[in-house]
Design a protein around this ligand. Structure first.
Ligand SMILES: N[C@@H](CCC(=O)N[C@@H](CS)C(=O)NCC(=O)O)C(=O)O
Length: 342
């Protein structure tokens, strides 16, 4: 009897293993996005393009920021070359249509993962590379210590989700305020600096970066303590191409895993280890890359080009005094956590 059970379990395992292998091969060949990206020779990545810390060209015209680097990481995973990315700048309103129309292969654009962006709009978020939340920036001279003191205040906000979040927050507290809405960030910031509104509402990361960009005037502005929403920012791909989703998702998790393992851009090529989990990530054991239709050195290429998650985060945010907070690894009190790469 026992023998029979063992045999049938064994037989089932063989069937499962062979169908898994067949699925993996078929799906790798059938990723329309991966095929298109390879045929084109570069990835098209949608970014905001005017968002410090996320995507903003430097004085050489090179796109800099955590969103830009997340795209470079995917290019490194696919091509072994992080430079094979073309960035397209999108307004917040254009992000979903850029995915739906096929204009972008992936969108990393200060993009909050929400339910209806997935259930209604055909986007699928690959993970969270920046845990953020909507907050308030006010001139220090206003002498306001809390958003609850903003009764009757005028509030600069971008039309769309931040506008709705602000409206819901104040209506819940029965506080009246005057929204001053804009469709474009630069125009809104000019208006705020010109005192056309008392407070500026946006993702906290964005406010912190804007504040420090003011140089000598930084101290003239302060963040209020309230964080009025969860804004898990991440990359998104079009629904319906699971293999491409895997590539974008595990590129992010490879960077988080590398940080947890102490692997960084400088040591990745010479990392000496007996740890099987590290060997799998580095592709010297196992077939993680091949399971997605990529070279097994995919993760090494990612880490060598853009670093581990912490290096990427630090490069773009540490200098502006933004605390790493929830973006620390799980074993350091944060929320960044990766599933096992096995
Ligand atoms: N994360 C939010 C907000 C996105 C958003 O509007 N981001 C602002 C900054 S937080 C932006 O990119 N504005 C364009 C700009 O500032 O130039 C979302 O996905 O809805």
């Amino acid at each position: 009897m026992n023998k029979w059970i063992c045999k049938s379990v064994f037989a089932a395992a063989i069937v499962a293993a062979s169908s898994t292998a067949a699925w993996a091969q078929g799906a790798a060949a059938q990723s329309p996005t991966l095929n298109a990206v390879k045929a084109r020779g570069h990835l098209v990545c949608g970014v905001i393009g005017s968002s410090a810390g996320f995507s903003l060209p430097d004085n050489q015209g090179v796109m800099q920021g955590i969103d830009a680097d997340a795209c470079r990481a995917i290019a490194a995973a696919v091509f072994g070359d992080a430079s094979k990315v073309k960035f397209v700048s999108l307004t917040p309103q254009q992000r979903l249509t850029a995915l739906q129309s096929g204009e972008a292969d992936v969108v990393y654009a200060n993009f909050t993962w929400t339910m209806t962006r997935e259930t209604r709009s055909g986007a699928q978020f690959v993970g969270v590379h920046y845990y953020d939340g909507v907050g308030f920036l006010v001139p220090t001279e206003l002498k306001v210590k809390s958003a609850k003191e903003l009764k009757g205040a005028s509030v600069c906000v971008l039309a769309g989700p931040a506008e709705v979040t602000t409206q819901e927050y104040f209506s819940k507290l029965k506080i009246s305020y005057k929204p001053v809405t804009f469709s474009e960030g630069e125009e809104m910031r000019k208006a705020f600096l010109a005192k056309r509104c008392d407070a500026y509402v946006s993702d906290q990361s964005h406010l912190a970066k804007f504040r420090t960009s003011l140089g000598a005037n930084t101290e003239k502005y302060m963040m209020l303590p309230e964080v009025i929403s969860n804004e898990p920012l991440g990359g998104a791909v079009r629904k319906g191409d699971e293999r491409w989703f895997d590539i974008a998702r595990y590129t992010h998790y490879a960077m988080v895993t590398a940080e947890a393992m102490g692997i960084n851009a400088a040591n990745v090529k010479s990392f000496n280890t007996n740890d099987p989990a590290v060997k799998r990530l580095l592709g010297t054991e196992g077939e993680l890359g091949a399971s997605m239709g990529l070279d097994n050195s995919w993760a090494v290429n990612v880490i060598a080009a853009v670093g581990n998650y912490g290096e990427m985060w630090t490069r773009h945010f540490a200098s502006s005094g933004v605390p790493r907070g929830q973006n620390r690894l799980w074993n350091d009190g944060g929320l960044q956590y990766a599933p096992p790469l096995r």
